[in-house]
Design a protein around this ligand. Structure first.
Ligand SMILES: [Zn+2]
Ligand SMILES: [Zn+2]
Length: 327
């Protein structure tokens, strides 16, 4: 197999030929058809996450077809198209797993972070964490659903039932969440980097009621807001933009420091919460509804070998929507 491998934190990924991996008990091998590029892949490369192991193959929005099945796998078949998400394994016995909060598992494995991911021609996955995708939709269009879509979905559920939703940082996740929220009959207020009129008009094209810079206040108070941007400075601004009792959800795995702010911004039962990872139930719920929602992902595809270019373009905000690598 071939893979783009992170050998040393802070360096470019290297194109390597590796021995074909074999699935162990409970595992499947997938021939990768597409793998989305996520902001978290940048955090992996930059060493922003704790205890980053190297070498590692990043990538956790994998769409592929099963070509080998290990022992003790049930319910999956050779040739079946599956999606492999960020949550790659949980222990099943810790207090969080037992409380149906496996996203907080004490001993998890994460695809493309603590186990090898999909910036490769082949990937191994724990079969219990692979989602059957069916045959509707192209491999490339489905890939961003596996993290941007899933984490976005979980964030939207946790934001509550409010009708007026603010999305701060209008990248891969927000462009999917905007479509989901609209389908649910909510109004979306999109906030981009100040002056980024191209992304603001992209947001309006996806049905946003209003789009503007993250330094602006919305035309009316928001019921809830989700922060996808990794900028901690936004938190006080977003608290200011939500109504009494409103909720602010931080959806990123990493954020710059949050500055101190006056207590009155939190007062009146405003809530500030974070969302971590996903559960398999999130995936089942979201992927079951996704075809009905008519989500159109906007993708920019790159050959697998150009993973470094895709990461650089993501960092610089050079495309709308999501980048996808194709082996
Ligand atoms: Zn656990
Ligand atoms: Zn991700």
């Amino acid at each position: 197999m071939y893979a783009m491998v992170l050998k040393k934190i802070g360096t470019e990924l290297e194109w390597n030929e590796l021995a074909d991996p074999n699935p162990g008990p409970g595992e499947i091998r997938v021939k990768v058809a597409a793998c989305g590029v996520c902001r978290t892949d940048l955090h992996v490369v930059d060493g922003d996450l704790p205890d980053q192991k190297v070498p590692i193959i990043p990538g956790h929005e994998i769409v592929g077809r099963i070509d080998l099945i290990g022992a003790d796998v049930v319910g999956l078949s050779i040739g079946e198209r599956v999606g492999i998400p960020w949550l790659g394994h949980t222990c099943g016995v810790c207090p969080y797993c037992l409380e149906h909060r496996e996203n907080l598992c004490d001993h998890p494995l994460f695809t493309g972070y603590t186990r090898n991911g999909g910036f490769a021609t082949m990937a191994i996955a724990d079969a219990r964490f692979a989602f059957p995708l069916g045959e509707t939709g192209s491999d490339i269009s489905l890939a961003p659903l596996l993290c941007a879509g899933l984490i976005g979905w979980r964030s939207l559920v946790i934001s509550g039932a409010g009708k007026k939703i603010g999305l701060y940082g209008f990248g891969a996740a927000a462009h999917i969440v905007a479509q989901v929220a609209k389908w649910q009959g909510r109004s979306v207020f999109a906030f981009t980097r100040p002056g980024d009129v191209a992304t603001q008009s992209f947001a309006r094209s996806l049905g946003a009621t209003w789009a503007g810079g993250s330094n602006e206040m919305p035309p009316e108070p928001l019921d809830a807001a989700i922060i996808f941007a990794i900028v901690g400075d936004l938190v006080p601004l977003v608290l200011k933009a939500v109504r009494k009792g409103g909720r602010v959800v931080c959806a990123g795995i990493h954020m710059s420091d949050i500055p101190s702010f006056p207590y009155r911004l939190l007062w009146e039962e405003r809530q500030l919460v974070s969302v971590a990872n996903l559960t398999r139930q999130d995936g089942i719920d979201f992927l079951r509804l996704a075809p009905d929602m008519g989500i159109a992902t906007k993708t920019t595809s790159y050959p697998l070998k150009q993973a470094n270019q895709a990461l650089a373009d993501l960092r610089a905000g050079r495309f709308e929507g999501a980048a996808v690598l194709v082996p």
